[in-house]
Design a protein around this ligand. Sequence first.
Ligand code: UT7
Length: 321
Amino acid sequence: MNGVKIRAAAHYVPSAVLGNDQISTWVDTTDEWIVKRTGVSQRRISEGENTSDLSIEVGKQLLGSAGLAAEDVDLIMVATITPDYLTPSVACLVQEGLGAVNAFAFDISAACSGFVFGLSTAQKYLASGQYKNILIIGADVLSKITDWDDRGSCILFGDGAGGVLLVADPDALYSEKLHSRGGTVINGGHMEVVNPFSKRERKFDFLKLDGREVFDFAVKSVTENITELLEKVGMTLDDIDHIIPHQANGRIIEAIAKKLKTGLEKFYVNIQKYGNTSAASIPIALSEMFTNGTLKQGTGKKVILVGFGGGLTWGSVLMSV
Ligand code: UT7
C-alpha cells in the first residue's frame, strides 16, 4: 500500500511567552478580543534563536527518541517560509547541526501547508525503496516577518518547530489530496526579494493578510478537501479518529467542524498556547498528541492532517499511526 509510519515525533518552542495583555500595551487590542476572535491566549517568541536552531533541537529529539544514528538519516526536509538565509537552506543547516553526513537536504516553501507537502514528498521517496529514514520538520520564526504594529495580524502569530521521523510501512494506510492556486494574492502582498539593478525600491515587506478573506478560503477549502479525500478512499468521518488541522484561528476550526457536521472533539486544538506557527503547527500538534497519549504508535488510529495557507496552498494527508 506504500504506507508510512511515524517512528518518532518531536517539537521545540522558544521559552519566552508573549501574552495577549503584553501585546495590548503597544497596539489597540484586548485579551478578551483576541481570545474571542482567534482562540489565542499566548504565543512563544524567539529572542535570538533562528529557524535552524529550533529545527536542530527537533532533529536531535527525533534521533534520540528513535535511537537512530545521525549517519542513518537519508533525507532532511524543512518546511519554512522564514529561513535563516536564502541559501544555504535550513535543512542543510540541520544536516550540519546533527552531523547527518549521509543525508541530502532541502527546504519546502508552501507556507502553512509546508509540513503536509513534506509528508507527501517523503512518502514518494520512501515508496521508491531507495531511502529509509526521512526527517520532516516544519519550522517558522514568524516574529521575524510579523508587522508588530498591525493589530489585525500580530495577535495571530508565534514561533516554533515540530517534526517527525518517517519510515516506510507497507501495511499502513496512506492517501492524500494536495492543491495550489498560484497567483492569488489573498494576503494582500508578496514578500519580495528585489534585484538591486532593477529600478524598483528595495524594501522589506512584512507579512500582510486580508484576515476575513483568508478565513473564508480556509473554511471552504478545508471542508471540501477533507470531503474529497474521504470520497477518494471510500470512508466517512466516522472512520477517522482525529483531524489535525493547521492552527490558524480557533474559529476557523470550529467553522470547519460545523460545516462537516461533526463534533469539535475530533479536531486537535492547541492554538491557545502557541498561536499560528505556520509550517510548525501540525507537527507540534502531532508531537503533543503522542506525548499526552492521544496517539500511540502501532494502534492503527486513522488521522487526517490538513494544512492551508499562502500561495494559495492547501491539502490533506490520511494516514494510520
Ligand atoms: O497565513 C496567514 C493565516 N491567516 C489567518 O489565518 C487569518 C485568518 N483570519 C482571521 O483569523 C480573522 O479574520 C482575524 C482574527 C484576522 C480577524 O478577525 P475578524 O473576526 O475577521 O475581524 P475583522 O477583520 O472583520 O475586524 C472586525 C473589527 C474591525 O473593526 P471595525 O471595522 O468593525 O470597527 C477591526 O478593526 O475588529 C477590529 N480589529 C481588532 N479589534 C481589537 C481587528 N483586529 C483587532 C484587534 N483588537 N487585534
